[in-house]
Design a protein around this ligand. Structure first.
Ligand code: PAP
Length: 305
C-alpha cells in the first residue's frame, strides 16, 4: 500500500471502505489490487474489459467473449460472463491473477479506475474497452444489487442502509471503486488521446447494439466477422437471451469468497428506470453532483431513449 492509502470511511455498504490514491475500495478488493501489482504481468496483447459497478459489465464481457470465441455462444450457456472474463484485481477470485498458462490474447475484466490500472499496463498499450452508464440508472442498479451482496467479499457482510444514505454517499463520491465521476472521467479523458481505449456507453449500445458489436470486433482485430455473425452475437448477448439461460437463472459465480447468484446480474436491463425511483430532489442533486461534471468534460450521456 502506498503512503497515499489507508483513510477509512464509513460507507453505505455497512462495511468500511479504504481510500487509496483518491478512490474507495473494500479491504478485500484493495488486497486483491495489491496482489495484482506484485503478481500480474501484463502482456501487450492483453485486452481489458473495464467498467465501474453496474454499468453494463456483464453485457460487454458477454459480447467480447463471444467475439473472441469460436464457440457460437456455447461458452455463455456454460458460464456467467464474470466467470468467462475474470477481473484482474481478483475481486472475484485471487486465482485470476498470474495465469501465465492462458494463451494470448488474454481477456481480462477490471473495475479499477484508470489511474490504478495504468501502472499495470505501463507503456504496453494494451487494448481497453470501457463501458459507462448514466449515473441515475447506475445508482438504481447498484442500490437494487446491494441486498445480494450478503456475505460476499471475504465474509464482510453488508448491512441494510436507507436509499437516502446510499444516495448521499454516491453523490459525495463514496462508493466501491468511486468516486463514480472520477472513474468515468479517468477513462473518458484518456480515451480522447489514446487509440488503445474504446469508450462506450450503455445507452448508445442500447440504441444500436449491432453497430457497437461491429465497432468492438474491429477494435479487437476481428473485422472478418460477417453481418450474420454480428446478428448472432447480438441475440446471444441480449438481456432477454442471457437472463433466461439456466446458468444465469440458477448458477452462482464460480469464484472464491463470493456468494452472489448469477441471476443478480440481470434485473431490468433498461435505460430510464431511474424515473421510477428518483424524486425531483434526487434528480437535481444528481445533476449537480455528477451530470454537470460530465458535461464540463464534454461527455454527454443519455437518460432516456
Ligand atoms: P457488475 O458491475 O456487478 O458487473 P453490471 O453487469 O455492470 O454489474 O450491471 C448490471 C446491469 O446491467 C443491470 O442493470 P439494471 O439493474 O438496471 O437492470 C443488468 O440488468 C444489466 N444487464 C445485464 N446483462 C445485460 C444485457 N445483456 N443487456 C443489457 N443490460 C444488461
Amino acid at each position: 500500500m502506498s503512503a497515499k492509502s489507508g483513510r477509512i470511511r464509513e460507507s453505505p455498504y455497512g462495511i468500511e471502505l479504504v481510500e487509496h490514491d483518491g478512490f474507495f475500495y473494500t479491504p478485500y478488493v484493495l488486497e486483491g489490487m495489491m496482489k495484482m501489482y506484485s503478481q500480474f504481468k501484463a502482456r501487450e496483447d492483453d485486452v481489458f474489459v473495464c467498467s465501474g459497478l453496474k454499468t453494463g459489465t456483464t453485457w460487454l464481457k458477454s459480447i467480447v467473449a463471444s467475439i473472441m470465441s469460436q464457440s457460437k455462444g456455447n461458452d455463455l450457456r456454460a458460464k456467467n460472463a464474470h466467470d468467462l472474463i475474470r477481473n484482474v484485481e481478483g475481486i472475484y477470485d485471487p486465482r485470476s491473477m498470474g495465469n501465465a498458462e492462458i494463451p494470448s490474447p488474454r481477456l481480462r475484466g477490471s473495475h479499477l479506475p484508470y489511474s490504478a490500472l495504468q501502472p499495470q499496463i505501463g507503456s504496453l498499450g494494451c487494448r481497453i474497452i470501457y463501458i459507462a452508464r448514466n449515473p441515475k440508472d447506475t445508482f438504481v442498479s447498484h442500490w437494487m444489487f446491494l441486498p445480494t451482496l450478503q456475505g460476499v467479499h471475504n465474509g464482510e457482510t453488508t448491512a441494510p442502509v436507507s436509499k437516502e444514505v446510499f444516495f448521499d454517499c454516491f453523490c459525495n463520491g463514496v462508493s466501491v471503486f468511486g468516486p463514480f465521476v472520477d472513474h468515468v472521467l479517468g477513462f473518458w479523458n484518456a480515451s480522447r488521446n489514446q487509440n488503445n481505449i474504446l469508450f462506450l456507453t450503455y445507452e448508445d449500445m442500447k440504441v444500436d447494439s449491432l453497430s457497437h458489436i461491429k465497432k468492438i470486433a474491429d477494435f479487437l482485430g476481428q473485422s472478418s466477422l460477417t453481418e450474420e455473425d454480428i446478428r448472432y452475437i447480438d441475440s446471444q448477448c441480449s438481456f432477454q437471451f442471457l437472463s433466461t439461460l439456466d446458468v444465469n437463472r440458477n448458477g452462482k459465480l464460480n469464484m472464491k469468497n463470493t456468494n452472489v447468484s448469477n441471476r443478480s446480474f440481470f434485473r431490468k436491463g433498461e435505460v430510464g428506470d431511474w424515473k421510477n425511483h428518483f424524486t425531483p430532489d434526487m434528480n437535481s442533486r444528481m445533476d449537480l453532483a455528477v451530470e454537470n461534471k460530465f458535461q464540463e468534460a464534454g461527455l454527454f450521456l443519455k437518460y432516456e431513449l
